[in-house]
Ligand binder design. Structure first.
Ligand SMILES: *Cc1c(COP(=O)(O)O)cnc(C)c1O
Ligand SMILES: [Zn+2]
Length: 477
């Protein structure tokens, strides 16, 4: 047996402990730091030209799910599977029959005009088009592949909704787990998402607490009970999420955009996107990196405060952890709790904070924040394209671009790709509450509590008597 090319490594340079990929870990055993999956690239047969990857969808074997999948057709760039041997990798890969990651950047002129970026240089990457309706499938296929490789029998996740929907789909579809559990916080989940995990038949446990509480308990189960965890502290999941960036490059004919913009929740995407570009750059496959923009909601702005107000930087791993600890201590003392209509990013303590700081350093990144009002206005504009509607958390990226154009940080001629993380169908309440004010008073109250007072892009349904003349009058024809 030759040395394996993939291993796990602590991200803290002062520690740098390494572990085999056969170990199930969500943090470093020596220092508690986050882990990366890293590769001995010199021994990986990486294509010399990124264009090679497109050939797999254009002339590939349509029955080979590893060529069809938008994640696994980039397998040489996440080579913790036996990427060189079809006989082996087709057994290893756990996929929704190759359906994850069928996405590409598209022009949405309504959203471009809203942000102020030129129509020709503005794109959205609509990850809501994945099988379960969010980007999470990109990561889940990779996490499940690893779970199966290590012989996991019990798996779990804590979720604001989309992780659980994706987890449930892979658990139900793959069938290799003996038990699978979803943990959610009380009353903090959009029904579109909850309904998916219920429908897919996976045991759902609602704990009396919020997402951060659910996350802490699940990490303890991982530690004490050997439960396999698929949250984004799982470094294998983030390997799958890197492919979102490969598909963006591919859709731009392998040109590197100036900006990639994404919402910031637990910061798994931020971490994965930064790693994707850093690796491609190190491999000499791209000659510049885009700048990452991470957009928080005003009501869940931990990264924004830490990066822009406390000015904390990764600083090549010499990050000032004390200031972050103090920040969290103060948060707890004041009883500050995340509160935003963008439930997918309603998070107090992002688990991937340090990896995100590293990604921001790698990409000369920017952190912005937007109000729930700005989020819902942006969301309505995106919806008006008729092409892709998104859920509130996703719209932070487009709202963030608008804000940064106004500040002159993003120029109108820049090439900008905004990642839309989840589908509009995930959270119908957010749509009905915006457009059909007055239909449901509980919803109206909820909107007020999030500070949504105007509805600039409203498409209000009209009530009319059951009378043809009145109907025609309303129609204006
Ligand atoms: C999970 C999720 C996010 C947050 O992503 P992170 O990688 O945790 O920052 C954003 N939007 C949607 C729709 C999500 O499901
Ligand atoms: Zn360590």
């Amino acid at each position: 047996m030759s040395e394996p090319v993939a291993f796990q490594k602590c991200i803290m340079p002062a520690c740098g402990a390494t572990y085999s990929i056969g170990e199930v870990l969500t943090s470093c055993k020596r220092c508690g730091g986050l882990l990366d999956v890293v590769y001995d690239w010199g021994r990986v047969n990486v294509p010399k030209d990124l264009r090679f990857f497109s050939s797999r969808i254009l002339v590939g074997n349509y029955s080979n799910i590893a060529d069809v999948s938008g994640v696994w057709r980039f397998r040489e760039l996440l080579p913790f599977i036996s990427y060189h041997d079809p006989y082996l990798y087709l057994k290893e890969i756990v996929s929704l029959d190759g359906m994850e990651g069928w996405t590409k950047p598209v022009h949405v002129s309504s959203a471009a005009d809203f942000t102020g970026v030129n129509r020709e240089s503005f794109y959205v990457q609509f990850e809501g088009q994945n099988p379960t309706g969010s980007f999470k499938d990109n990561g889940m296929t990779a996490a499940f592949t690893h779970a199966q490789m290590v012989g996991a029998r019990i798996a779990a996740c804590a979720s604001t909704g989309n992780t659980s929907a994706s987890f449930a789909a892979y658990a139900a579809n793959s069938g290799f787990l003996e038990k699978a559990f979803i943990f959610i916080g009380a009353g903090r989940i959009a029904y579109g998402k909850l309904s998916q995990s219920l429908e897919f038949g996976v045991k759902t446990i609602q704990i009396e607490g919020d997402f951060d509480d659910a996350m802490s308990r699940v990490r303890e189960l991982g530690r004490d009970k050997g439960v396999y965890l698929v949250n984004s502290v799982n470094p294998f999941r983030l390997e799958g999420q890197k492919t979102i960036m490969y598909r963006i490059l591919e859709g731009l004919n392998w040109r590197v955009p100036d900006w990639v913009v994404c919402p910031g929740g637990n910061l798994g995407n931020t971490s994965a996107f930064g790693k994707a570009f850093e690796e491609l750059f190190e491999l000499g496959l791209i000659n510049k990196k885009p700048r990452l923009v991470v957009v928080n909601a005003d009501g869940a702005d931990t990264l924004y405060r830490i990066y822009n107000e406390k000015k904390i930087r990764w600083n090549k791993g010499k990050v000032d952890l004390k200031i972050i600890e103090d920040f969290y201590a103060e948060m707890e003392k004041e009883g500050r709790k995340a509160h935003t209509i963008a439930s997918a990013i309603e998070i107090n303590k992002p688990v991937n904070l340090l990896k995100a700081l590293r990604a921001l350093e790698w990409t000369d990144g920017v952190v912005e924040k937007v109000s729930d009002q700005e989020i819902l206005d942006a969301k309505a504009v995106i919806g008006k394209s008729g092409m892709f509607g998104c859920e509130p958390a996703s719209a932070t990226s487009v709202a963030g671009v608008k804000k940064l154009v106004e500040k002159g940080v993003i120029k109108t001629k820049d090439i900008v790709v905004a990642v839309l993380t989840g589908s509009q169908l995930k959270d119908p309440d957010a749509i009905v509450g915006y457009h059909a004010e007055g239909l449901n008073s509980a919803l109206d109250e909820k909107f007020k509590s999030y500070g949504i007072i105007s509805r600039r892009f409203q498409n209000k349904p009209v009530r009319v008597k059951n009378d043809l003349n009145e109907i025609i009058a309303v129609m204006g024809i």
